[in-house]
Design a protein around this ligand. Sequence first.
Ligand SMILES: C[S@@+](CC[C@H](N)C(=O)[O-])C[C@H]1O[C@@H](n2cnc3c(N)ncnc32)[C@H](O)[C@@H]1O
Length: 392
Amino acid sequence: MREKLRFEKPITMPRHQVAGKQATGSTKRIWTASSTVKSDWTFHQIAPYIGRMKTSMARALILDNSKKGDLIVDPFCGSGAVALEAFASNRGVIAGDWNPYAVLLTRAKLFAPKSEQAALKRLKATWKLSRELLPKQDLRTVPAWVRRFFHQDTLRNALAFRDACVERGDDFLLGCLLGILHHQRPGFLSFPSSHLVPYLRSRKFPKNLFASLYEEREVLPRLQAKVLRTYKRPIHNRGLTRRIHRVDARKFPRPKQISAVITSPPYMNELDYVRDNRLRLWFIERSLPKGLELVGRDREAAFRELMRSVCARLAPNIKKGGKFVLVVGDATRGSGRKGRTGAITRQLFKDDDAFREFHLEKSYQDKIPDVRRSRRECKGTRSETILVYRKR
Ligand SMILES: C[S@@+](CC[C@H](N)C(=O)[O-])C[C@H]1O[C@@H](n2cnc3c(N)ncnc32)[C@H](O)[C@@H]1O
């Protein structure tokens, strides 16, 4: 049933070289080793998200397991890779996550303005409002760890723009702001720092040698450039269901007539979604969210319990012939036992009464390229198991 996938040259591989393929079945869908490919919808690149699903994998799983007009559900939507690919392929989408950054990013992608022109018009109006909000910015209310990343004038302008986005309910532009928040490149707002997990790069770029990198950075031109980059390859679908909830997956709404649940649950706390996204998260609510972790000392038990409650909640509302597709990261840290998440999930679908109508149709094993792991040197999650269940 399971096929081990071989990788030739990960990361640099052109899009159409096989990196992943079906173990069984008639159609051959492939995905690439790299997390992003040049022909991707540029909405995927609004801002980074650690643990994101490869876009080509999301697309392949959607095309293989649903058809146009179907409803796709993703209760752990993260960056919205599945949601955006589903929507771009003319599927309806109901997605959710308990992390405000994930929800904002997914909404930014699915509710983006119709055209580049419309986006620039919105930017102009929001920027205008931010000028009114600028005098209200008091950096003494901003924690020191946030202030360390920015020139004070850049930070004041960025916060005024953030407030204007919130006042206008503009998730797209707030997503764009978060997308240029920190990096070492000139198009970004922070002092030189990393792009994924926020760390200052002051050792590599000391202030005395790289003074220009520590000057004020104008926010508006950088936002304009970001919007233009985002509309290089936009999606054009409109009119289908698209609902994004901020919700604990254990309380996810129960939409009727689901054609496929396609989702990647958290990797047994392998990734810390709050710590790793802390600067962007702080900007969203001017504070960090609390309680976003699997509780309990026994990570395996917590993972099993989460999976059971989420899967059992959604399973009855999947149509006959519909799919439950789970992409689970195989943890190697902690328990030391490889492949536990895949094994736990399979066991659950085998033993639990709630899933007796589901049978395992396909499974794949896939490697995660280094670029998708936040801390390359640590063991972390190196491979994923993809399980495709079909409802009889
Ligand atoms: C592996 S990531 C999903 C990645 C996503 N497929 C993507 O492409 O970005 C797992 C997600 O589950 C979310 N999460 C963890 N526990 C959750 C819970 N109890 N309820 C809702 N979301 C949860 C995390 O915030 C994270 O975004």
